[in-house]
Design a binder for this molecule. Structure first.
Ligand code: NAD
Length: 257
């Protein structure tokens, strides 16, 4: 399968899952647009590295997706969008009665509302091209809950709901919308939680990974960014033409519990 001639925009892709998905789509032949809120030489260098490695066009466009207008501008600036991967996300952990309002607002804006804004601008581009894929990186936390992650879980459940709505609105077109729901993937977002978790439980960081973080992941292994990238590539294939409005869990059995 080749995605040659398709343009993929991956939000929040200068690190972690987004970067893994960008690399996988580029390896499958897609031109890619990387994004985050920073505008550093190293961000643009990532795009250059991907272009060279896979012989595709790769660009980096800075946009702060906590702001709806910037999310819309990202897609407009890219100018074409056949594959939209809504991936940007942040986390904050606190009991709901102590949850800082600014963190709540930022998580809802970046993890959920940005996908509304990007999708709204990207869909007309997909319609014009006569083909499209919306791939939302939700989470096992889009299907189940855990304590102390109220904003994240609200946003991820919202993304799953939005995915179903977009699928119904595009069902008669060659456009699909699906959500990938990863369990724990070892990325900077998760690595940042390890020292605090170890401290809280009086464990080594390795014990914290195995006994606390992977507690709900029956495989006791982290999923990898390559596996999430491979799932995104599959969703872009002809085999996935009739897969729409659903979630694909990549979670080592978490949601089977
Ligand atoms: P990460 O921190 O490595 O990546 C997050 C990306 O979002 C980064 O590129 C970051 O720069 C970007 N971002 C943050 N704020 C932004 C903003 N205001 N504007 C634009 N970009 C912004 O984390 P990750 O683990 O790769 O997470 C990627 C996605 O996968 C998130 O939506 C996360 O919720 C989801 N996810 C992660 C895991 C996991 O275990 N790592 C599990 C399930 C779901």
């Amino acid at each position: 399968m080749s995605l040659k001639g398709k343009t993929a925009i991956i939000t929040g892709s200068n690190s972690g899952i987004g970067l893994g998905v960008a690399r996988a789509l580029a390896a499958a032949g897609a031109d890619v647009v990387l994004n985050s809120y920073t505008d550093r030489d190293e961000d643009h260098a990532l795009a250059e590295e991907i272009a060279k490695a896979h012989g595709v066009t790769a660009r980096y466009i800075a946009a702060d997706l906590s702001k709806g207008a910037e999310a819309r501008r990202l897609i407009e600036k890219a100018g074409r969008c056949d594959i939209l991967v809504n991936n940007a996300g942040i986390q904050h952990v606190a009991p709901i009665d102590e949850f800082p309002v600014d963190k709540w607002d930022a998580i809802i804006a970046i993890n959920m509302s940005s996908a509304f804004h990007t999708t709204a601008v990207a869909l007309p581009m997909m319609r014009e091209a006569g083909w499209g894929r919306v791939i939302n990186i939700a989470s096992a936390h889009g299907l189940t809950a855990s304590p102390y992650k109220s904003a994240y879980i609200t946003a991820k459940h919202g993304v799953v709901g939005m995915t179903k709505t977009v699928a119904l609105e595009t069902a008669r077109e060659k456009i699909t919308a699906n959500a990938i729901c990863p369990g724990y993937v070892l990325t900077p977002l998760v690595e940042a939680q390890i020292p605090d978790t170890a401290k809280k439980y009086g464990m080594t960081e390795e014990e914290a990974k195995q006994k606390v973080i992977l507690e709900r992941q029956p495989s006791k292994e982290f999923a990898t960014v390559e596996q999430i990238g491979g799932t995104a590539v599959f969703l872009c294939s002809d085999a996935a033409d009739q897969i729409t409005g659903t979630t694909i869990s990549v979670d080592g059995g978490w949601t089977a519990l």
